[in-house]
Ligand binder design. Sequence first.
Ligand SMILES: CC(C)(COP(=O)(O)OP(=O)(O)OC[C@H]1O[C@@H](n2cnc3c(N)ncnc32)[C@H](O)[C@@H]1OP(=O)(O)O)[C@@H](O)C(=O)NCCC(=O)NCCS
Length: 180
Amino acid sequence: MVTEMELEVATPSSLHGEELERVVVLINQVYRVAERGMWIDETFKRTDIEEVSGIVRDGELMVCRSGGRVVGCVQCRMLNPSAASFGMLVCDEKFRGRGIGKALIARAEERAREKGAKTLQLELLHPIEWKQETKAVLEKWYPKLGFNKTEEWSFDELYPHLAKGLAHKCFFTVFLKELR
Ligand SMILES: CC(C)(COP(=O)(O)OP(=O)(O)OC[C@H]1O[C@@H](n2cnc3c(N)ncnc32)[C@H](O)[C@@H]1OP(=O)(O)O)[C@@H](O)C(=O)NCCC(=O)NCCS
């Protein structure tokens, strides 16, 4: 259960300056650990200040605060007028297992519905030839939250420029939930 946690849609006035920089560092740190072994350059950065500022400006970033400090976030964006996608889902390692991830996904669902989406999806990047532990856990967790595996895309075909940085061939597995 999430206790003493606050979830909000970040805005340029609620999330800026040093705090915004800390959120970018948090996202990059969490992904560096979660995707260890998947990238040639272990210092690979998932995102940067420019991208996250844009996401905040577009009203797509939901943050979870504990004691006022951001400890988790998720991006929810529209793919088309009836379909939404969430990504950049992170929780600070020290705050894991308290329901923050689940609450962020629930908030992303709410946000997607507010914008008229009938479906919400996520894409899970994972190596083809070996099981990456974190990804294997998520693969079992998302169906428990109602997201079902639909299709697998080759990451090389979708993002050839990024795929050059991968240490191993990876798939993007799509998990989709019908919103009612
Ligand atoms: C995915 C992530 C945001 C979940 O965050 P979280 O706040 O720990 O999520 P929850 O507390 O809602 O729990 C998630 C599941 O992990 C389990 N869990 C329990 N204790 C845990 C712990 N100490 N650490 C991690 N997971 C734990 C929970 O039991 C839950 O499973 P359940 O719903 O079957 O009980 C977090 O693990 C993370 O940042 N991962 C790395 C980034 C990543 O891979 N993002 C997704 C890319 S698609």
